[in-house]
Design a protein around this ligand. Structure first.
Ligand SMILES: Cc1cc2nc3c(=O)[nH]c(=O)nc-3n(C[C@H](O)[C@H](O)[C@H](O)COP(=O)(O)OP(=O)(O)OC[C@H]3O[C@@H](n4cnc5c(N)ncnc54)[C@H](O)[C@@H]3O)c2cc1C
Length: 323
């Protein structure tokens, strides 16, 4: 016990070298879902060199850590997380011809805005998506059948003490997936290859996407779509009976599934399925992770009973991290 205390004292002192250190900040203040207990040690890192130094230090000490970007795809545990949480706020972004290079802690919105300002096309669909470049690359953020993988040429990562560049095909991007979801790589920066275009046309497309978004998105806190939409190839029923738009996009929206099940508005504790969008679970009154998980189970069960589809969460559900 004394050894553990001494180690924790040293860790506390050392962490201050890498960024602003805060104790017991609730994840409900760090995530868009506004759910979750305290982050024991929260290090706000604003400089990429310090980030790499911190990762090397924690790796050397054998200390686990959790990375948070914008906190917009996370459902955190009610008990919080013991140990180190690293919050990335490294907003460095540069333009080289048609390429934007952005550090992981840059808001995706800043990349989108620079693209618009520079008359570069390819990211119009991403307008209004919250979070950072690191989170978007790891989860291959996307909308309207498009995704970030289409615009990324390469990514720099930290892996076991080394900084490595990974070319797009080796990132193993898939629907809301990448290699980085299945290992402990930390995304440091990304290269976006965009196409020169007409600014008025680019802005017009972005406005159309934004209109679509604002019309449907709930106003209560959430982490976006809770489940991944269902690939058409995995739909067990007759696809000819589905609306044509789904066939064009190649997916069946979970929001539509919930409408067929009449589940919109279902509430448990402080969480409910949004009245506006059936694939959003919202926090309308100090929801606990347990409230959300209960709703999630009902959604999965009912979808399976009626349609024989297995729903897979898009939101990352974090349960526990041990130091
Ligand atoms: C209202 C709303 C609308 C949304 N709409 C969409 C949408 O249209 N399309 C879509 O795809 N998503 C959408 N989302 C979900 C979310 O915005 C995206 O998934 C976003 O890309 C997450 O980025 P983040 O920085 O917030 O990641 P976080 O939530 O902070 O983290 C998510 C995961 O990524 C990891 N991570 C973060 N940074 C790094 C890094 N540098 N290296 C390695 N791992 C890292 C974290 O550890 C965590 O496991 C929406 C969310 C909300 C709240």
């Amino acid at each position: 016990m004394a050894i553990k205390t001494t180690f924790m004292d040293k860790l506390y002192a050392d962490l201050k070298n890498y960024g602003d250190l805060k104790l017991n900040t609730p994840f409900s203040k760090l995530t868009t879902f506004a759910v979750g207990g305290p982050a024991q040690y929260l290090v706000n890192v604003t400089d990429s060199t310090k980030l790499v130094d911190l990762l090397n230090y924690l790796n050397g000490e054998g200390v686990n850590y959790f990375i948070i970007g914008g906190g917009s795809n996370l459902l955190m545990p009610d008990a919080g997380i013991e140990g180190v949480t690293i919050k990335l706020q490294t907003p460095k972004i540069e333009l080289f011809g048609n390429t934007i290079v952005a550090e992981a802690g840059t808001q995706l919105g800043a990349v989108v805005n620079l693209a618009f300002k520079s008359s570069l096309a390819g990211l119009e669909w991403a307008v209004g998506i919250p979070g950072t470049v690191g989170g978007a690359v790891r989860g291959n953020a996307g909308a309207m059948g498009l995704d970030i993988a289409r615009s990324i040429s390469k990514v720099e990562i930290w892996r076991d003490g080394e900084m490595v560049e990974i070319q797009n095909p080796d990132c193993k991007f898939g629907y809301r997936e990448s290699l980085f979801k299945f290992n402990k790589d930390v995304v440091l920066r990304a290269w976006f290859e965009l196409q020169p275009g007409d600014k008025t046309e680019i802005m017009g497309r972005a406005q159309d996407y934004m209109k679509h978004r604002t019309g449907r998105y709930p106003h209560f806190p959430s982490a976006g779509s809770f489940f991944k939409n269902i690939k058409m190839t995995k739909w067990p029923g007759d696809i000819k009976e589905l609306p044509e738009l789904f066939q064009q996009r190649g997916t069946v929206p979970v929001g539509w599934v919930m409408e067929q099940l009449n589940l919109k508005g279902l509430a448990i504790g402080g969480a409910k399925i949004s009245d506006e969008h059936g694939n959003f679970i919202v926090n309308f009154n100090e929801a606990k992770q347990t409230d959300v998980l209960k709703i999630m189970e009902i959604m999965k069960e009912k979808a399976y009973d009626k349609f024989k589809v297995e729903l897979e969460p898009e939101v990352e559900i974090v349960e526990k991290i041990n130091i």
